[in-house]
Design a protein around this ligand. Sequence first.
Ligand SMILES: Cc1cc2nc3c(=O)[nH]c(=O)nc-3n(C[C@H](O)[C@H](O)[C@H](O)COP(=O)(O)OP(=O)(O)OC[C@H]3O[C@@H](n4cnc5c(N)ncnc54)[C@H](O)[C@@H]3O)c2cc1C
Length: 151
Amino acid sequence: MLSVPVMFPRRGRMNHRIVIIAGGTAGLSVAARWRRLGMRDVALVEPASTHCYQPLFRFVGAAAAPVSRSARSEVDLVPQGVAWIRDAVAANDPSERLVQSESGARIRDDAFGAHLGVELAWDLAPGLSRSWRARLPAPTTRPASPTTRAG
Ligand SMILES: Cc1cc2nc3c(=O)[nH]c(=O)nc-3n(C[C@H](O)[C@H](O)[C@H](O)COP(=O)(O)OP(=O)(O)OC[C@H]3O[C@@H](n4cnc5c(N)ncnc54)[C@H](O)[C@@H]3O)c2cc1C
């Protein structure tokens, strides 16, 4: 297992050079890119401890794999040296370079902030949400207005 600093939700202010909201496939990839470029102070705000590998869902739909096989432990995927803030973002103010977490933390980026992550429309397929929740943790809902910014 990689050595990843995990910060549990807390109130108050935090500052990081790079702040990435949502540690799904996109957020994890962007965090890894920044680390590879030598950036030291990268933080990832992600509430879920389980990441789902969505391409496998196609096999789940065809009854060729159980949905549980798509689950990966987030802590194993967060790139080494990236600070994982285990919290959900409740609001995002790009003009102030600030995000507010659900547990009351105010997280500011000094250089780059990215708000990533698709939102799957579980309820468009009747029964899908119910079936999913019976097998894996409930999918998290992202706040609206994805943004990416650098400066
Ligand atoms: C059936 C299926 C098959 C696919 N097959 C392929 C394929 O073959 N090849 C391919 O390249 N792609 C494939 N994809 C697409 C690929 O899986 C997605 O493009 C990719 O997962 C999107 O990554 P993401 O980071 O945007 O979103 P996700 O990986 O969905 O991550 C979203 C993250 O946002 C987090 N989040 C939610 N709310 C908050 C909040 N308030 N604050 C902070 N974080 C929050 C969630 O916990 C989650 O970790 C497939 C997708 C599906 C559904």
